[in-house]
Design a binder for this molecule. Sequence first.
Ligand SMILES: [Zn+2]
Length: 198
Amino acid sequence: MTNSHPADAAIQRLLEGNQRYRSGQAAHPHANAERRSEIAHGQQPFAIILGCVDSRVPPEMVFDCGLGDLFVIRSAGQALDAAVLGSLEFGVAELHIPLLVVLGHEKCGAVIATIEALEQHAQAEGSIQALVEAIRPAVEQAHTQGGPLLESAVQANILLDIAALKKSPVLAEAMHKDELKIVGAHYSLASGRVEILA
Ligand SMILES: [Zn+2]
């Protein structure tokens, strides 16, 4: 066990925090003034979370973590753009965080909006169209897979995010050096449960 990857311990820590959260036993760690001053001179978060902006899925609460624990990037439907990708790369290259979790969730509004825009052959308003374009491949893939369209698209969106991240030279190099693991995860709104995807 001494050779286990730091990402494995990080996943374990996230899942234990999620277990506390969903069972009503949240410890709300690292939320006091002592922790604040402890990390004032530097941060060493143990996981990067790429999540959705949805107000029902705040990573620090979902994983029962506190100040300095998580390096969080959120965009609607975890859509990737240069700023999101650059933020993720910063977490890996500069802060050497060993785990990157792509956290999708049940009934994601950004995925729903993309499905609707594609069905209606409509342009979304303003820059929302950029989100539609980013999430479109997941919806198209879900159409070919069958099953409930929304949940298939949510899953596909997580997996396509991961595939895209692996094309980043910065992230790929860290993975090649065994300094980074990228995993997908799915959050269920009602139960509060996070499941790690294979
Ligand atoms: Zn969402």
